[in-house]
Design a protein around this ligand. Structure first.
Ligand SMILES: Cc1cc2nc3c(=O)[nH]c(=O)nc-3n(C[C@H](O)[C@H](O)[C@H](O)COP(=O)(O)OP(=O)(O)OC[C@H]3O[C@@H](n4cnc5c(N)ncnc54)[C@H](O)[C@@H]3O)c2cc1C
Ligand code: FES
Length: 298
């Protein structure tokens, strides 16, 4: 295998993870359409940047009877809000297997082991390309989680934003009302239950035809097929894009090499430490083997 090499990020102002895992108390767990949002009080961790993630494991009922889930699971932080005694971290979860099912079933008062924030965050538009004045956020399914905190953090910098969100169907949708209540979101759904009937990338293609497209940066998170269309559309039009990708992650901090993603220039990056946010120009394709959510055997 060629040597692992890191991509050259445009900006790498990541928040560094404190050593060790921290025990946090779950404060809330509520339905959000077909997904759930759970929150936990982090008493000593730093504020995360949008695009960073945490490795999460329930304090109880984790790998005890069946051995699964055993390792912690990677989760993008959807929002982080100041609270009495620390920072409240919010996560959007889709149950696809034993780990996500356990996390989706957490109750207020339970313990949650948290390691993070980890990984490279989204860059600010001005660090990605000169002359950029706005941003287009594109989320697919559960991938809208990191775009919620990104939207707030870019909004606080006064960046003009447009947000596009797509879902497969009603069952695989949720989180917009809870995480984007502040702002206008253009929706697409494959089954036509909300917004444009079709793909969220149809909406992006229209926006990228506009005169102001060259002054925008695209930030996307969603299933690999969606990210690949975003990558190709932006590449064809010379628009800078950052993609928050997923691969299975065992450790989350660069030790196991299980999250390798091929680079366009040859070699590989470790998605957990060189990503999960990657510059779309650094990769040949977002269709990376093993990536994407699929419900499977328990
Ligand atoms: C950086 C990052 C951020 C993530 N953020 C979120 C989030 O905000 N909300 C959320 O619900 N999920 C998120 N995920 C995905 C989540 O970590 C996986 O769905 C979870 O690990 C699956 O564990 P499980 O035990 O429930 O199911 P498993 O039985 O372990 O897996 C179920 C299915 O999902 C596939 N899978 C497992 N892990 C991943 C992965 N990391 N990427 C793609 N496919 C995977 C498996 O191949 C299998 O088909 C994120 C993953 C990464 C890498
Ligand atoms: S998950 Fe272990 S190196 Fe990336």
């Amino acid at each position: 295998m060629p040597p692992l090499t890191g991509s050259k990020p445009a900006s790498d102002a990541r928040t560094l993870v404190p050593p060790g895992r921290r025990l946090c108390e779950v404060t809330e767990n509520r339905a959000a359409g077909g997904y759930r949002i759970f929150s936990a009080l982090d008493e000593s961790g730093p504020e995360p940047r949008a695009g960073q993630f945490y490795m999460l494991a329930a304090a109880d009922g984790w790998g005890q009877r069946t051995g699964r889930p055993y390792l912690p699971r990677a989760f993008s932080v959807a929002e982080a809000t100041p609270a009495d005694g620390g920072l409240r971290l919010h996560f959007l979860v889709e149950a696809v297997g034993p780990g996500t099912e356990r996390l989706a079933g957490l109750r207020a008062g339970e313990g949650l082991w948290v390691t993070g924030p980890l990984g490279r965050p989204f860059s600010v538009p001005g660090d990605l390309a000169s002359g950029v004045t706005g941003a287009i956020l594109v989320g697919g399914g559960i991938g809208l989680a990191p775009l919620a905190i990104l939207r707030r953090q870019l909004g606080e910098r006064g960046v003009p934003l447009r947000t596009l969100v797509g879902f497969r169907d009603r069952e695989h949708s949720g989180g917009v009302d809870e995480l984007f209540s502040c702002c206008e979101v253009r929706l697409a759904s494959e089954d036509g239950h909300a917004g444009h009937r079709g793909y969220v990338t149809d909406l992006l293609a229209v926006l990228l035809e506009g005169d102001d497209a060259p002054t925008a940066v695209v930030y996307a998170c969603g299933p690999p097929a969606m990210l690949e269309v975003v990558r190709a559309l932006c590449s064809e039009r010379g628009v800078t894009a950052e993609l928050a990708m997923e691969t299975p992650m065992a450790c989350g901090f660069g030790a196991c090499f299980g999250c390798a993603v091929p680079l366009a220039a040859g070699g590989y990056m470790r998605l957990c430490s060189d990503g999960p946010v990657v510059n779309a120009a650094d990769i040949e394709t977002a269709l990376v083997a093993g990536s994407g959510h699929r419900a499977c055997g328990r």
